[in-house]
Design a protein around this ligand. Structure first.
Ligand code: F6P
Length: 370
């Protein structure tokens, strides 16, 4: 019997189960056996499996998360006891033992790098783009983005009445460390007047000035979506300096040390709270912070995500049956497109400053705090 493997890796997204279902049902009809590997790449490294047949794929279309579970561990850095171990050889061995024709990896940026590494180790790979951040290159959009956008937009909608009652500034922290698609999209859909993005370092004085201007015009409250990775010009300069040091590092040890500093930089929490305090100081306007966090990744997938996951999943199944490998199945308008994995692995799609959403925002007078 023809046999293929599948796994979901990285942060979960609504729509993953819809994709598993579309692939599972389609290949089952062609007489294929589909083995699900649990917990991301750990499943194939440690052989934790579950059979995904027509029955197990039934009833999961509307269920959020992933029935396979997920993890962020990479094939070449897996926790075993107290150490991190390169499990690539074990993964290749399990792939061969199960006599897989190919391995389908559903995930975001990190998953695509891992998938490419496994392809180079000799595995036939097909990927599907999934991340609520929408920051994968080569595809119009990614599974999970639309659902997260709806959650974030609904949150902005709800905050309007309380912001208005108390005449407050509401900073709303929205997921996205490196790309601002969610903050921009929900900000536009939710009628925000100031939006802070990772792509545009902001000047806090400029943000304050914008809020005061609104206040002078009689607009007594403001809703400000702030992407997790939005940085002040000072912090952005600090990050740039660290990145330059990493590039210039002479050896592996030095590079690893700077990398740890960069990780620490991103692990620093409370930037949005610090911004709120500063804005209160500069404007004398009461300011509150809402952190949406993992709510944005939870719940049932939106209709758009169910459709996207179903059509990408069905195209992936067609590629499996046609023995087409080394590709990501991308969304291309109403169609799908096969993109070589090496063209997308390691390439982040940030918001272009001339993107139509940016142009619309600027036409409406939205400020990005530059
Ligand atoms: O998967 C993407 C993402 O949701 C980012 O937007 C967010 O910064 C990150 O994951 C959070 O990761 P974790 O769930 O591992 O805390």
């Amino acid at each position: 019997m023809n046999c293929v493997g599948i796994l979901t890796a990285g942060g979960d997204s609504p729509g993953l189960n819809a994709a598993l279902r579309a692939i599972g049902k389609t290949v089952a009809r062609a007489g294929y056996r589909l083995i699900g590997f649990r917990d991301g790449f750990e499943g194939i490294a440690f052989d934790r499996t579950m059979v995904l047949d027509d029955l197990t794929c039934s009833g999961i279309l509307t269920v959020g998360g992933t029935i396979l579970h997920t993890s962020r561990h990479k094939p070449n850095r897996m926790p075993v006891g107290n150490s991190m171990v390169d499990m690539t050889e074990a993964i290749v061995a399990n792939y061969r033992r199960h006599q897989l024709e190919c391995l389908v990896c559903i995930g975001g940026g990190g998953t695509h790098k891992s998938a490419l590494a496994l392809q180079k180790a000799g595995l036939n790979i097909i990927t599907l783009p999934k991340t609520i951040d929408n920051d994968l290159a080569g595809t119009d959009n990614t599974i999970g983005f639309d659902s997260a956008l709806s959650v974030a937009t609904r949150a902005l909608d709800s905050l309007h009445s309380t912001a208005s009652s108390h005449k407050r500034i509401m900073l709303v922290e929205i997921m996205g460390h490196k790309a601002g698609w969610l903050a921009l999209g929900s900000g536009l859909a939710g009628g925000a007047d100031v939006i802070l993005l990772p792509e545009i370092p902001y000047r806090v004085e400029q943000v304050a000035e914008e809020l005061l201007r609104r206040s002078r015009e009689g607009k007594l409250f403001s809703i400000v979506p702030v992407a997790e990775g939005a940085l002040s010009v000072t912090d952005a300069a600090r990050l740039e300096e660290l990145s330059a040091r990493k590039e210039a590092a002479s050896g592996k040890e030095e590079r690893e040390a700077v990398k740890r500093e960069i990780d620490q930089f991103w692990a620093e929490t409370g930037r949005t709270f610090a911004l709120a305090r500063k804005l209160e100081e500069l404007t004398a306007l009461e300011t509150r912070v809402t952190i949406l966090g993992h709510l944005q990744r939870g719940g049932s997938p939106s209709c758009a995500d169910r459709l996207l996951a179903t059509r990408l999943g069905s195209a992936a199944a067609r590629a499996i049956l046609a023995h087409q490998y080394g590709i990501m199945i991308a969304a291309d308008g109403e169609h799908t497109r096969q993109v070589p994995i090496e063209e997308v692995a390691g390439v982040r799609k940030v918001v272009p400053l001339d993107h139509p959403w940016m142009r619309a925002a600027r036409n409406l007078g939205v400020s990005f705090g530059e």
